[in-house]
Design a protein around this ligand. Sequence first.
Ligand code: ZN
Length: 403
Amino acid sequence: MMSPRRITYVASEKLAKTSSLLPSNRNRSSFVHALITSFGILRAPPNSPPSHIVAVLRPSPASWRDLAAYHDRSYVDALLADPPGPDSASCKEFGLEDDCPPFPGLGEYVLGIAGASLTAARELAEGRCDVAICWDGGRHHAHKSLASGFCYVNDCVLALLVLRRAPPLPPLSSSPGIPRKKSRVMYLDIDVHYGDGVAAAFRGAGARGQVLTLSIHHTASGFFPPSEHSTLPVPSSAAFDPFTLSLPLHAGASRATFARVWLTVERIIAAFAPDYITLQCGVDGLAGDPVGVWNWTLGGEGGLAWFVWRVLESSAKVLLLGGGGYTLVNTARAWALLTSIACGAPLALDTPIPPHPGFPMYAPSFILDVPTGNVRDENTDEYLTEVDAIFELVADALLTQLA
Ligand SMILES: [Zn+2]
């Protein structure tokens, strides 16, 4: 008999309160956890013996040292300054302005969310679970010494650094090989925005062969974040790095597009064969999000739930992180559904929203599913064929470099 899959869900009342301080996602964390709790997803299912064991784990806040594992010391000092907001010159230097202003509780906030993702990553790294979930994490735009795009601390990078040091998984009995000396860690980002901060952390950083980043995102002139790296790879160029990958999609990306894109992702997973996958599940590409460029839905082949389920079906241990998501109810719907899938008891899309304090917000449908939008999918068959052809070359390059 297969041993049960162990799922750790990182949450606490304190974390939800701290995470809810973020001005761009005010109260989002509490709202999401309230829906997940109301569905009873985290309670042990009545079937016996269980195929999945779910544990809720209270996170420890990060320390100054934890943040300094990636971020510059002076930047960490500025984030943790009390009262928040160093002098105005430092604010400018560290990007603590515009969409990333200093706010009351900033220090507590960054230590809280970094600590949550680190707690989740350590559970995986130390072999205590197979899937770890931390919806409060996923702040993929923060740089070494720069806040950006509502992200102050890059918990994704901190988690990847923990997983990079984790022991590799034993070879599968179905494909025995020489045991690895070091683990391979893949970062997959499905937020509508390019995961620039994470890519920058590992691009050419001597992590060759150990960390691979792949961001699937929207790009268009003027669309955040501005980056010269958010384009399709050019395998023939001298600067080509098969370990730092970008897969841009056009407007209106729907489940039909993601069903095709999955084949490309699967090719990269097969070539890299990661021990650990960190999946940043930003849901600002869902239909109805104010970002308004994609038209992704939850259900059906190629839907968000299907896509994440496919990642969970890989042989890697998986860390699920949050990210963007600016329609409160749809973010809660999506992450509740993904949690139910990870916990082995997928909710049906027409499941009624249970009575709980957030209930009235789910009008008019009062069900789990996210209504479909009507943005036209501009990702043509021709474009997706080009994407797949390029990533076939990327996969070949990976296999050559890893051999
Ligand atoms: Zn985003």
